[in-house]
Design a protein around this ligand. Structure first.
Ligand code: PLP
Length: 397
């Protein structure tokens, strides 16, 4: 077993060597601009892009024409939310209300906040103590002014799986567009945009063993046809929704990553949920005062999120030498504020400060899980003996 052990796969994943192998020719041999259809270099690049579109579409049961390439899910979320809102405004269509929920990724929350400053109204439907949105509460938040609902498929901190199918159904009943940030769910649990009535869906490559800086937005073409105002103007690429020369090697990587996920999802989920359960049992059976955050029944197989009484997450991470985990989302790990996701569940500040997110991935082994259990148990016991080290912010306890 090699140290350090990487168990932070919700932040990012390593590129699968098979994905890298598929990408390599597109840097130096087939390097054409996919928009240069006048010569073979461009046509070959374009063919690779179209193959990737088919691979992604197959994984989510979409039409390849409904895949718009972006620089990642932050851009996809922005394009979906602002794109719908700005299109409504541009066409003077009635409606200015968006419904979302408080545990969304910042790419969704900050896009909504910007739209609020521009005069749109946003309702944040609360989540229960299990982290889940209640579809009935969401239904009561809808009005004739509602233009869009945005609810993530799987949460990036606590891994809970929102009732996407029910939400999709009620959005369809009310003729409201439905966007889902499915970054953490795609390739890990089955996602079907038809069966789930999803109209817009954000995807990124680097959470499914593909490269960073490339993603996609699924945009429904029929029943209804979704039209978006672009965020980036330029050469009219991607049906005018996202201008800019396509990142061909990255797109090839995203396509290959989707193909592999589709082939391996069932087996990988079984293996990783067994490892995750072993991690959970190993820690809970040897330590008192440990709390599970979020629903265990509706959860990604790869995720475990625990809070440890009397021990701050950051202090624990410092002691977990050789084990890469996190105390929340990567974009928050620079700030010392506690998890807004856990606070939205009503866990209280203490539990939000003392949480650790374990994100298992394709390359983790049983041996690594056993090692992590030992290190966590040892570190928590050690810190509880010396509260002066366990609490980085004692004033908040
Ligand atoms: N949405 C969720 C749920 C995420 O976990 C992430 C990644 O941190 C993003 C959006 C942003 O994705 P990207 O890093 O591709 O911009």
């Amino acid at each position: 077993m090699k140290l350090p052990i990487y168990m932070d796969n919700h932040a990012t994943t390593p590129v699968d060597p098979r994905v890298l192998e598929a990408m390599l020719p597109y840097f130096t041999q087939t390097f054409g601009n996919a928009a240069s259809r006048t010569h073979a270099f461009g046509r070959e690049a374009a063919a690779a892009v179209e193959r990737a579109r088919r691979q992604i579409a197959r994984l989510i049961n979409a039409d390849p024409k409904e895949i718009v390439f972006t620089s990642g899910a932050t851009e996809s979320d922005n394009l979906a939310i602002k794109g719908v809102a700005w299109m409504y405004r541009q066409e003077c269509k009635p409606g200015n209300h968006i419904v979302t929920q408080p545990t969304e990724h910042k790419a969704v929350l900050d896009s909504c906040e910007r739209l609020e400053k521009e005069g749109f109204e946003v309702t944040y439907v609360p989540v229960g103590t299990d982290g889940l949105v209640n579809p009935d509460e969401l239904r009561s938040a809808l009005s004739e002014r509602t233009i869009l609902v945005s609810v993530m498929a799987a949460n990036n901190e606590i891994g809970v799986l929102q009732p996407i199918r029910e939400i999709g159904e009620l959005c369809r009943e009310h003729s409201v567009l439905f966007h889902s940030d499915a970054v953490q769910a795609v390739g890990k649990v089955p996602i079907d945009v038809q069966a789930m009535n999803i109209d817009l869906m954000s995807i990124t490559a680097h959470k499914i063993y593909g490269p960073k800086g490339v993603g996609a937005l699924y945009v429904r073409h029929k029943k209804p046809e979704v039209r978006l105002a672009p965020l980036i103007d330029g050469g009219g690429h991607e049906l005018g929704m996202r201008s800019g020369t396509l990142n061909v090697p990255g797109i090839v990587g995203l396509g290959k990553a989707c193909e592999l996920s589709m082939q391996e999802m069932a087996e990988e989920s079984r293996r990783l949920s067994a490892l995750r359960d072993c991690l959970k049992h190993g820690i809970l059976s040897r330590l008192e005062g440990v709390h599970l955050n979020g629903s265990m029944e509706r959860r990604l197989p790869q995720n475990l999120n625990l809070s440890f009484d009397g021990v701050e997450g950051e202090a624990l991470m410092t002691c977990l030498d050789g084990v890469a985990v996190s105390s929340g989302a990567a974009c928050r790990s620079m700030a010392s504020e506690s998890s807004y996701v856990l606070r939205a569940l009503g866990t209280g500040e203490d539990r939000a400060q003392s949480s650790i997110r374990f994100g298992l991935g394709r390359f983790n082994t049983q041996e690594e899980v056993d090692y992590v259990i030992d290190r966590v148990v040892e570190a928590v016991k050690g810190l509880r003996e010396f509260p002066e080290f366990a609490l980085l912010h004692p004033e908040q306890q």
